[in-house]
Design a binder for this molecule. Structure first.
Ligand code: CXF
Length: 368
């Protein structure tokens, strides 16, 4: 994509794995072919934004992270149809639109999902901003790098939304909330009357709890080591809660459910996942969301008997269908995601990161 004019912006830049994000002046290239310039109204802080701090990704720093943005379209590059200046949009993940997965309406399984979303660059390796000293900063994290006043985003990743909505809060619907709710609705196709176990009650897990209630699951077990989160999960729809530290997690789940229809793991902890799979009934399914820490051991006989263990990216959602669906549920009072959000000025990203790490806040939204 050939870039057009440049755009002056402020952005939270990650320069080293161990240092806080630092808000700096940067210059972005304007939107190229198929891209859109967005003025960011708000952008969620997600655990994945902290992956570049770990050795799980070979990602070049400095980087502008942020991938749960929402804002207003300022300008469109050549070839863009369907969105225009002034439109309100949620920025979701990027996909190619032409591979087998995309053609099968599975954009989260796009064959180029990782290069498009987790390298900080466009898939062809371009996509940097300049800092005040002229140095390169990767600026296409999840196609958007929205920890910034402005983002240049592929039009395909945008979800147009009504101008009547609280735009600054909507960004996390394009990733974290979509992931948890989509795991229930799309990936596991939970039906009314089912039993569901959700391990980990961060933004993704609590979205799964809310969605499980919305689809009519009658037994919803939330597992977390933090008492305050168990209480919150109950308020949002969990019928039972369990302390994940407790020995005998499998036995406790079996006692409540008689064998769970479905489980969703958002912890990435292999012993928790093993316990969840053991707690399923013979044809139950367990979805794994996010990044697992270490090797997973599951007794093959459990799988042979009919159980399913399924990897889930982005809740198997088609964002232009699923984000509006979540907004409708929210308007009906059935998906109260706004209860989980606290706003912070972008300049206070460091405090937001600490509050999320301590568990005080479920979803920090940064306002640039
Ligand atoms: C990510 C989670 C880790 C794998 C890729 C998708 N989702 C968003 O944060």
């Amino acid at each position: 994509a050939a870039p057009s004019a440049t755009v002056a912006a402020r952005a939270a830049v990650l320069r080293s794995r161990t240092l806080p994000f630092r808000v700096e002046d940067v210059v972005l290239d304007g939107p190229g072919t198929g891209e859109v310039l967005v003025r960011v109204a708000g952008t969620g802080l997600c655990h994945t934004d902290l992956l570049p701090r770990t050795d799980r990704l070979a990602i070049a720093l400095p980087l502008i992270a942020g991938h749960e943005g929402a804002g207003t379209v300022l300008a469109t590059g050549t070839g863009v149809t369907g969105v225009a200046a002034g439109d309100h949009v949620v920025m979701s993940f990027d996909s190619c639109g032409t591979c087998r997965a995309c053609l099968a309406a599975r954009p989260a399984n796009c064959s180029t999902f990782f290069p498009r979303n987790l390298t900080g660059r466009r898939p062809d390796g371009t996509g940097t901003a300049r800092d005040a000293g002229g140095g390169e900063v990767s600026a296409h994290w999840f196609g958007q790098s929205s920890f910034a006043t402005h983002a240049v985003v592929p039009a395909r990743a945008l979800v147009p939304v009504s101008g009547e909505l609280p735009l600054d809060l909507l960004g996390p619907l394009g990733c974290g909330f979509q992931t948890g709710a989509g795991a229930i609705v799309n990936s596991l196709a939970v039906r009314a009357g089912s039993s569901v176990v959700v391990a980990g009650t961060g933004a993704v897990g609590l979205a799964a709890v809310m969605a499980a209630r919305a689809v009519g699951a009658t037994v919803i077990v939330a597992v977390d080591v933090r008492p305050a989160r168990r209480k919150l999960a109950e308020e949002l729809g969990a019928t039972h809660t369990l302390d994940g530290h407790a020995d005998g997690l499998t036995e406790e789940i079996l006692e409540i459910t008689g064998g769970a229809d479905h489980a969703v793991d958002t912890t990435g902890l292999p012993p928790v996942i093993t316990a969840l799979v053991r707690s399923l009934h013979s044809h139950g399914s367990c979805g794994l969301v996010g990044v697992q820490h270490g090797d997973l051991t599951v007794d093959p006989l459990l799988i042979a008997a009919g159980r399913t263990v399924k990897g889930i990216i982005e809740g198997d959602a088609v964002p232009r269908l699923f984000v509006p669906h979540l907004i409708t549920l929210w308007q009906q009072g059935r998906f109260p995601f706004d209860r989980l959000v606290r706003r912070y000025p972008l300049d206070e990203i460091d405090r937001a990161e600490r509050d999320v790490a301590s568990g005080e806040v479920v979803k920090a939204v940064l306002i640039p």
